[in-house]
Write a protein that binds this ligand. Structure first.
Ligand code: SAH
Ligand code: SF4
Length: 391
């Protein structure tokens, strides 16, 4: 794709030079335009106040315009905000703002954040605290596709099927929008690719969005605060590792430790079975002191046995991981559900006894259906029924 075919919001600063030259403008405005968009979140050229009026008009004529708007913002009691994002063609995706939970009992409360990136890693990386009043750290969860083709039986996005890919400008557009909707005193700290869709099934757009979000002239997100979650597309895991030198955080939706169970829950496992997936994880060029996040959604009667926890601990042996166990959030399209509390705790206990870091991630934003796997297409009809617990 040439620079001119690419949406202006998806251009890197070095691509703005030729694009501006083609408009007859001065190339040195490249950094200014890029930082208007990605640092200040301004996508309407009319508001780029330090640019000449002629250039602003030319930028608008060349297609620079906002790519999405907030159709609704649903705020839950715990301050989680689910934003229905309307795209130019009328499609909607969802993005979620998750402020860090603090106050009495905060250790447990932070564990409750299904998408949180652990601060201990940031500190281990020698992250300097900025001076000034403490700001509330917000994690944003973003979508990469309208629906998802992977068909995981416990997931509302999978049940909907894939409607279309998002462009890089639409992936980044969610972050620009999210940032504009932060409350006073909040700071966007982490971005997780855990919304609707499989990021690595839209590799080019995901990779470009990562470059845009982490560009030093942009919004200032550090690569170590950006995590891509995947159901396990093996070739693209290798590609991500190569393209970004292992700097991007990786989360793997594992959900089972044997091929039969995993294939029943996640059809992708038939294409890339566990042996191949584990080899890809071992080969990922992870930065020192970083760990791969293993996501394990507990589905009653399917993958929640202590014997499966034992298999999991053998499977992961020797890999630098932390495990997030997520009791399944019920979805309308399936009769599958979470196990009872005793089984959740027994599963966690087994992994902790085997020496793993293992948190139980409770759902947040429950009252606005913003929890993992509940990001549904508005009005989408379920295509398949899930298995019954125990089947
Ligand atoms: N497609 C990517 C990223 C989006 S899903 C992936 O699968 O990794 C984000 C996480 O939520 C994944 O671990 C997914 O398996 C999990 N998830 C999906 N549906 C869920 C549900 N109903 N309850 C709990 N977790 C769910
Ligand atoms: Fe797609 Fe992830 Fe949902 Fe599976 S869990 S259907 S890969 S969004």
């Amino acid at each position: 794709m040439t620079t001119n075919e690419r949406h202006p919001i998806a251009r890197l600063p070095e691509e703005w030079g030729p694009a501006l030259a083609a408009l007859g403008a001065r190339v040195f405005a490249a950094k200014q335009v890029f930082s208007w968009i990605h640092r200040h979140g301004v996508t309407d050229p009319a508001a780029m106040s330090n640019l000449p009026a002629r250039l602003r008009a030319d930028l608008a004529a060349s297609g620079l315009a906002p790519v999405c708007t907030a159709e609704h913002v649903h705020r839950s009691a715990d301050q989680t905000r689910k934003i229905a994002v309307r795209l130019a063609d009328g499609a909607t995706v969802e993005t979620v703002l998750l402020p860090a939970v603090s106050g009495p009992g905060s250790a447990a409360a932070i564990d409750a954040d299904a998408a949180a990136v652990d601060d201990d890693e940031e500190d281990a990386d020698g992250d300097a605290e900025s001076a000034g009043p403490a700001r509330i750290r917000v994690t944003q969860c973003i979508s990469t596709q309208v629906g998802c083709a992977m068909g995981c039986v416990f997931c509302a996005s999978g049940v909907a099927g894939l409607k279309r890919q998002l462009g890089p400008e639409e992936i980044v557009g969610q972050v620009l929008l999210g940032r504009s909707l932060l409350d006073e005193g909040e700071e966007l700290r982490n971005v997780v690719y855990m919304g609707m869709g499989e990021p690595l099934h839209n590799y080019e757009a995901t990779a470009r969005s990562l470059r845009l979000l982490t560009h030093p002239d942009g919004g200032g997100l550090s690569t170590r605060r950006v995590t891509v979650s995947t159901s396990g597309l093996v070739p693209e895991i290798a590609r991500l590792g190569q393209d970004f030198g292992g700097n991007i955080g990786l989360a793997i939706s594992l959900h089972a430790a044997d091929d039969d169970t995993r294939s029943a829950l996640m059809p992708i496992n038939r294409r890339y079975p566990l042996a191949e997936l584990m080899a890809a994880l071992r080969a990922y060029p992870l930065r020192k002191r970083r760990r791969i996040t293993i996501e394990y959604t507990l589905v009653a009667g399917q993958n929640d046995d202590v014997a499966e926890a034992k298999r999991l601990s053998r499977l992961l042996r020797g890999l630098p991981v932390k495990i997030n166990v997520i009791p399944m959030n019920p979805i309308e399209a399936s009769t599958l559900g979470p196990p009872n509390e005793a089984r959740v705790l027994a599963f966690q206990r087994e992994l902790i006894a085997a020496g793993y870091t293992c948190f139980i991630r409770r759902r947040r934003g429950d009252d606005v259906a913003a929890a993992c796997g509940q990001l549904v297409l508005l009005g989408a009809k379920p295509k398949v029924k899930g298995l019954r617990p125990g089947e």
